[in-house]
Design a protein around this ligand. Structure first.
Ligand SMILES: [Zn+2]
Length: 347
C-alpha cells in the first residue's frame, strides 16, 4: 500500500497521463537533464533518465552471481522494457539478471548517447559541482592542493576535467563512448582513453583522485572495476562516487517507474549495498551523502524544498555520493581530510 502512494499522489495532482507523458519537455528530479527516456519502440517518455534505444532483443545475455556476496539466490524485484531486476537474497543488492554481455552493451554508447551528453553537459556539471561541495570538496580546496592528479572515469564530454585542469590538476579521462571522448579531446584538449578503465593500463598509484559520476551503475563487473580504481589510486588517494540510491524516497515510491529504473543501469545500489561492495574491493568509506527528495513538478515548491532538505539531512535522497579512500596503501601523496570533513594539503 505504501508502495503505491506515490503513484496515487501523482495521478491525483497531475492526472493519469502524468507518469507516462510522451513529451520532449525537460522533466527531471532537479530540473536538469532532458529527462528523456527512449524506449525500444522509439517513444520518448518523460520522468525517466535517458537510456539508450538499444535493440535489446538482439543482445546476448548472461546470468551472473551477486558481486557483493557471491550469492545466486534472488527474488524478482521489478522489470522495465529491456531489463529484469532481481534482489539478492543474501545481501539485498538489486541488479539486472540476466544482463547483456559487454561486447553488446558497448554498442549502446554511441552517437545518440554523445548527443545527450553534449546537450546536458552544463546541467550535469552543475550537479557534480553541488555534490562535490556537499562532501567539502570545493574550489577553495582545489586551489590549495599541490601535485594534483585527477582521473574522471565516464568523463563524457570532459567538462569537469576542463575545470579541474584550469584549477591546476593534471587530468585524465576515460570514456567508453568514442564520440563523446573525441568531442572532449577536440574541444578541450584533454587526454581521454577510449574504452573501459580496466583496459587503460594506468600505472599503480597514478591518481590522487578518481572520480566517477553516474558510472558504476552501468559497469558489468563493478567489483573488478573498483579493484582497478584502488590500484590506480595513489596512497591515501580518494575515490568519489555518485550513483542513484535505490533506498531513496523516489525509488521506494515509484518502483519500476523510478527515473533510474532503466535498462542501461545494471546495478542499483543503496546506502547499505554500495559501501559493502567498496569495502570488499578495499576502499574505505569516509563520507556518504544523499540528495533529491521530490521530482520537479510533483509538488508545490514549498513542499518540494522541505522534502529535499529532509532527504539530504536524513539520507533518503534520490542520488548518493560517497567519498572513499584506498585502504592499505602507504605513503602520503594525496591530501588528507581533517576531522571536520574538510581536506588539507600534506607534503
Ligand atoms: Zn548479494
Amino acid at each position: 500500500m505504501k508502495r503505491n502512494f506515490g503513484v496515487r499522489y501523482l495521478r491525483r495532482i497531475g492526472g493519469e497521463d502524468f507518469l507516462l507523458t510522451v513529451s520532449d519537455a525537460p522533466v527531471d528530479t532537479y530540473g536538469t537533464g532532458s529527462g528523456k527516456h527512449i524506449d525500444p519502440g522509439g517513444e520518448r517518455t518523460a520522468m525517466k533518465t535517458y537510456s539508450s534505444a538499444a535493440a535489446f532483443e538482439r543482445e546476448r545475455r548472461i546470468t551472473i552471481v551477486c558481486p557483493i556476496c557471491g550469492g545466486a539466490a534472488v527474488r524478482p524485484h521489478f522489470s522495465v522494457p529491456g531489463g529484469s531486476f532481481v534482489r539478492c537474497a543474501g545481501c539485498g543488492l538489486v541488479y539486472q539478471n540476466p544482463q547483456p554481455v559487454f561486447d553488446d552493451l558497448k554498442g549502446r554508447y554511441a552517437q545518440a548517447y554523445c548527443d545527450y551528453e553534449i546537450e546536458n553537459e552544463d546541467n550535469f556539471f552543475e550537479l557534480m559541482r553541488l555534490g562535490l561541495r556537499d562532501i567539502g570538496f570545493d574550489e577553495s580546496f582545489f586551489t590549495n592542493v599541490p601535485g594534483k592528479t585527477f582521473l574522471d572515469v565516464g568523463c563524457a564530454t570532459g567538462k569537469l576535467l576542463d575545470v579541474m585542469q584550469h584549477l591546476g590538476f593534471r587530468v585524465q579521462g576515460v570514456e567508453i563512448c568514442a564520440e563523446s571522448a573525441r568531442y572532449g579531446m577536440a574541444k578541450r584538449r584533454i587526454p581521454v582513453f577510449i574504452g573501459p578503465l580496466e583496459e587503460a593500463g594506468f600505472p599503480d598509484g597514478s591518481f590522487s583522485f578518481v572520480h566517477f559520476s553516474h558510472l558504476i551503475e552501468h559497469v558489468p563487473d563493478p567489483y573488478s572495476f573498483l579493484r582497478e580504481v584502488k590500484r590506480v589510486l595513489a596512497p591515501n588517494g580518494y575515490a568519489i562516487i555518485t550513483t542513484p540510491n535505490i533506498a531513496g524516497l523516489q525509488a521506494r515510491l515509484f518502483r519500476s517507474l523510478w527515473r533510474s529504473a532503466i535498462p542501461d543501469h545494471l546495478f542499483l545500489f543503496s546506502k547499505r549495498t554500495l559501501p559493502r561492495l567498496l569495502e570488499r574491493a578495499g576502499l574505505e568509506v569516509l563520507r556518504l551523502v544523499t540528495w533529491g527528495g521530490l521530482a520537479v513538478g510533483t509538488a508545490p515548491a514549498w513542499i518540494k524544498n522541505r522534502i529535499d532538505a529532509a532527504a539530504k539531512r536524513m539520507g533518503f535522497g534520490d542520488v548518493m555520493l560517497v567519498l572513499a579512500t584506498a585502504r592499505g596503501k602507504t605513503g602520503v601523496t594525496a591530501p588528507v581530510m581533517d576531522g571536520g570533513g574538510r581536506f588539507e594539503a600534506t607534503g
